[in-house]
Design a protein around this ligand. Structure first.
Ligand code: ATP
Ligand code: MG
Length: 491
């Protein structure tokens, strides 16, 4: 381990205070030595040399390195950017390695055979290496605001247009004038996400004080926060996501406007918010993300009914079930087990769905039908905010409507539930309901035990839980059903 790595590791362990002290001292020394301007005041970066940071090439993906070197050898600037530099400074394994360059998309394509340009207007290069895709973006110019009377829903991440265009609310609709690194930096969101690792000499370029902020574990928006949130309200959710994921604090100016501007999220395309929701809740820090969303008033613009219910009954069974669901999701991510949006939305909507279903039952609907209708209504009301594809809402609906069936433990039908394609998911929900006292714990235990029981044991379990059991192969004599003209009570 190099001197720099050891030093960073010590700083990481030492906590934010030590980092901040170290970096403030180190940056001022660097500035004195190189006579650079203060990072945030102009276009001059503070250049942290290889000896001053812990980023080692051995922790960068081999394919990303290949791309960086090929660009450099082609005579272009090539930098690792964004989350990967931030994560490497923190000693974390980056999710992906994004690259920024002054080569135009066509020039990038000319260098790589395994390359495709994507995006209709803002073009990005994807370089393919088997399963790994390295994304190469040409530096973008910032601050070329052009109001345009254009309709909603123009935002396409990674697919913006030939010019930066704002709508009437100041939201970015399109953004794409290629520029220099000095321009590229200003369009990025947080200082911690605006660091550039230069393949030329392995230094880190910092225009905005990002190294210091990473060291202090602090999120700070570049520029005026109110303007930046208006341009793209999703930055508020990104602040929550990074704060939760990296255990960063949100710097005061970045934090202050959030509550007041939370409503801006209602103007963001619902499909984009679906993606952001998954990133918030399914990346292993869902419990903390929920806490922060509630704290900053960001849950209700996304999930109005769930948010309102949690506020009204913060200690109710619904809130505890959501909490327990997120705890288990976080644990699964930590254990590298798969997680599914279906389960997430089931625990998020458990409150509104069960509350509405209770009302419908009071109006005489049978339980399963009430759950079905409650689910439909909840999902319909939700789509305008965070649109959830049917491939998740349909199985979620089954998770709800199967709940009443767990109460039947006698007879063949009970055991046939075990073979239902949605049994496992519904059973997981049953466990959570039992955990928070919304269902009999003994019932949940029965369904736990029956799964591991042998065929013979199952027979006994079914028999001892009340109703008549049937030996496999023998048929119960059918009861003749009389047609009823008028059904009196709903069954
Ligand atoms: P993650 O670890 O989740 O991938 P990331 O910082 O890499 O975090 P991405 O969504 O992959 O986040 O975006 C890559 C980079 O693009 C960011 O680091 C940031 O510099 C910039 N960026 C992304 N979204 C925005 C946005 N809404 N506004 C401004 N800059 C953004
Ligand atoms: Mg990323």
């Amino acid at each position: 381990m190099s001197w720099a790595s050891r030093r960073w590791e010590r700083l990481l362990r030492g906590g934010a205070g030590e980092w901040a002290r170290y970096y403030t001292a180190r940056l001022s020394a660097l500035k004195r030595k190189t006579n650079l301007n203060l990072a945030s005041s102009g276009a001059q970066p503070t250049v942290v040399p290889r000896s001053g940071h812990p980023i080692s090439r051995s922790s960068i993906s081999a394919n990303a390195l290949r791309v960086l070197y090929r660009l450099k050898d082609g005579g272009y600037q090539a930098f690792l950017v964004g989350g990967s530099v931030r994560d490497l400074l923190l000693g974390l394994q980056p999710k992906d390695f994004d690259i920024a360059t002054n080569a135009s998309p066509d020039e990038v394509r000319a260098l790589f055979r395994n390359c495709r340009l994507i995006g209709r207007r803002f073009r990005l290069a994807h370089v393919y290496f088997g399963n790994e895709i390295v994304e190469v973006a040409t530096f973008r110019a910032a601050h070329q605001w052009q109001p345009e009377e254009r309709d909603e829903d123009e935002w396409q991440p990674n697919d913006a247009a030939a010019q930066r265009v704002l709508d009437a609310r100041g939201r970015i609709l399109r953004d794409n004038v290629y520029g220099t690194i000095e321009e590229d930096v200003w369009r990025r969101d947080f200082t911690a996400n605006a660091l550039y690792y230069n393949i030329e000499d392995f230094s880190v370029w910092d225009f905005v004080g990002g190294v210091e902020d990473v060291a202090a574990r602090r999120l700070r928006l570049i520029g005026d926060p109110v303007t930046r949130y208006h341009e793209d309200p999703v930055r508020m959710l990104r602040a929550i996501r990074f704060a939760a994921k990296l255990d960063f604090s949100i710097e005061t100016h970045t934090e202050t406007p959030i509550r007041e501007l939370a409503y801006l999220l209602t103007h963001v395309p619902a499909a984009r918010l679906f993606d952001e929701t998954l990133k918030l809740f399914l990346s292993g820090f869902g419990v903390e993300a929920l806490r922060l969303l509630q704290y900053y008033g960001l849950l209700e613009p996304l999930f109005p009914e769930a948010g309102e219910l949690l506020r009204r009954r913060p200690d109710g069974a619904e809130a505890r079930l959501l909490q327990a669901g997120l705890v288990s999701t976080d644990a699964r991510v930590a254990a590298d087990k798969p997680v599914t949006p279906t389960f997430l939305f089931a625990v998020l909507f458990y409150g509104p769905v069960s509350e509405r279903a209770r009302q419908l039952q009071q109006h005489g609907q049978p339980e399963t039908l009430a759950l079905l209708n409650a689910c439909e209504e909840t999902v319909r009301a939700q789509q305008a905010r965070v649109s959830i594809p049917r491939r998740f809402t349909l199985p979620m609906r089954e998770m709800f409507t199967l709940q009443p069936r767990f109460k039947r433990r006698d007879g063949k039908k009970a055991l046939s539930l075990l073979n239902h394609p949605r049994f496992r998911a519904a059973y997981d929900l049953l466990l959570l309901r039992a955990q928070v006292g919304a269902e009999d714990a003994e019932l949940a235990k029965w369904w736990t035990d029956v799964q591991t029981a042998s065929a013979a044991e199952r027979e006994t379990m079914v028999r001892s839980s009340g109703g008549p059991a049937h030996t496999p192969g023998t048929r119960r004599p059918r009861r003749r059903r009389r047609r009823r003209r008028h059904s009196s009570t709903p069954s």
